[in-house]
Design a protein around this ligand. Structure first.
Ligand SMILES: NC(=O)c1ccc[n+]([C@@H]2O[C@H](COP(=O)([O-])OP(=O)(O)OC[C@H]3O[C@@H](n4cnc5c(N)ncnc54)[C@H](OP(=O)(O)O)[C@@H]3O)[C@@H](O)[C@H]2O)c1
Length: 270
């Protein structure tokens, strides 16, 4: 199984992240990466992988093919593969394209041996969430293979395509929402006279420490952790009251809904 031939169509940011996970378990010599600019693929060659500009030959020689191009390029790549008339029997396609449904890939390739994944950027550190959704022909051993390939990127969460969209909105977009929250805490630290280096450090450590408290106290609800730092009439209580007055929950609901609505708009485009 470790001799399996793996291909990446497109060797950009997310393909690189998946590649780094794969070569921890699989021989880089069995991986081929194709893209229009060979000079941008040198890092894969340095690991011993093949690089090429020939997408069709790359697909033809592989058993597992990661589709790593931008969604707006994917249609032309799928047509290129289909029009080449190579046999797709026994090949497993794994698409990471946001908003590009399994049924839209099927419409081009006419194979149900398809998996959609939606990783988030912390996957680069092995701390990601990867939503995974399978089409009808994917076998249990192919599901296990896919999860093994992604295992060094973080936690895989399997579900239908609707849950993949929701995970995409919460975990894919989520880092930006967390960064925005951190930026606003840093702004407040600066506005109140803290030095820039200290402001960043203290906010980093507060978010990291709080997330660690949640992770290391699985038997305690997050609400209970919040209550443990909130005495009635105290300083945290005063701050939380302002969040309630400012409709924090409603803002988050609107935020996630806006990301989901945009996902549905993208789905209609492909
Ligand atoms: N980045 C993320 O955080 C993230 C998260 C979840 C999902 N995704 C999905 O991952 C996919 C790739 O995103 P990315 O951020 O990795 O983009 P990216 O860094 O721009 O990578 C896209 C790659 O596709 C290559 N490419 C362009 N046209 C091609 C063609 N005709 N044939 C083969 N390769 C071609 C590009 O090569 P050149 O640079 O040489 O043009 C580039 O290496 C997207 O579908 C995106 O929705 C990304």
């Amino acid at each position: 199984m470790n001799d399996i031939k793996i291909a990446f169509i497109g060797g950009g940011n997310m393909s690189s992240c998946i590649y780094d996970s794969i070569i921890k378990n699989y021989d880089a010599k069995n991986v081929t990466v194709s893209g229009p600019h060979l000079e941008k693929l040198e890092k894969f060659k340095a690991h011993g992988s093949l690089i090429t500009t020939d997408n069709v030959k790359t697909v033809e020689d592989a058993q597992v093919i990661f589709l790593g191009v931008k969604p707006q390029i994917l249609t032309s790549v799928l047509e290129e593969i289909k029009n080449s008339k190579i046999s797709l029997d026994g090949k497993l396609f794994i698409s990471m394209a946001a908003g590009y449904k399994l049924s839209s890939i099927y419409a081009k390739l006419e194979t149900h041996n398809l998996i959609r994944i939606m990783p988030n950027t912390p996957a680069k550190l092995g701390l990601g969430v990867i939503a995974v959704s399978y089409d009808s022909a994917v076998t249990d051993s192919e599901k296990d293979l896919c999860k093994k390939m992604l295992s060094h990127m973080g936690e895989c969460i399997e579900g239908d395509e609707q849950s993949l969209n929701v995970i995409g909105a919460i975990c894919g977009c989520g880092p930006a929402f967390v960064y925005r929250f951190m930026e606003s805490l840093i702004s407040e630290a600066l506005r109140n006279g803290i030095a820039p280096n200290d402001a960043r450090k203290m906010v980093e450590q507060t978010v990291f420490g709080s997330a660690s408290m949640v992770i290391k106290n699985q038997d305690t609800s997050i609400a209970a952790l919040r209550e443990a730092v909130t005495s009635k009439g105290g300083t945290t209580f005063a701050g939380l009251c302002k969040m309630t007055e400012g409709n924090f929950e409603q803002i988050m609901q609107n935020t996630i809904q806006a990301s989901l609505d945009r996902t549905y708009e993208f789905e209609k485009m492909f």
